[in-house]
Design a protein around this ligand. Structure first.
Ligand code: ZN
Length: 116
């Protein structure tokens, strides 16, 4: 029965599809978005906070790759994640606030049109 997997598949909050149990266990993300999220956390863990700040800064400068939709899902997931961290780890407040600022500026890029 090839149709069977479809029956248990659900739309994740990123808009992609995955099995319901996977989505439930991974903060509402599909497999691909969750692996992106995990890669970001891994980068933070292995290379440190500065490396991550540099990473996002270069993403801002790069003006974002093709797959905007997928990135915006990841960004909004990260914003939620760091907002939670901000409450949980006050000692890292400065770093987390910086991250949130960068993530939000990726979410809502500067629009010169607004100055007119
Ligand atoms: Zn996804």
């Amino acid at each position: 029965m090839t149709l069977l997997p479809l029956l248990t598949t659900e739309r994740a909050k990123c808009g992609h599809y995955a099995s319901k149990s996977y989505i439930d266990e991974h903060g509402g993300l599909c497999r691909k978005c969750h692996s992106n999220f995990a890669a970001i956390l891994q980068l933070e863990k292995t290379r440190g906070e500065d490396a991550l700040v540099e990473y996002w800064y270069s993403m801002i400068l790069a003006n974002l790759p093709e797959d905007k939709e997928q990135l915006s899902c990841l960004i909004s997931h990260l914003v939620g994640f760091y907002e939670q961290k901000l409450i949980e780890s006050p000692s890292r407040q400065k770093y987390i606030a910086k991250m949130l600022y960068m993530l939000r500026s990726i979410e809502k890029p500067f629009d010169p049109e607004q100055l007119r």
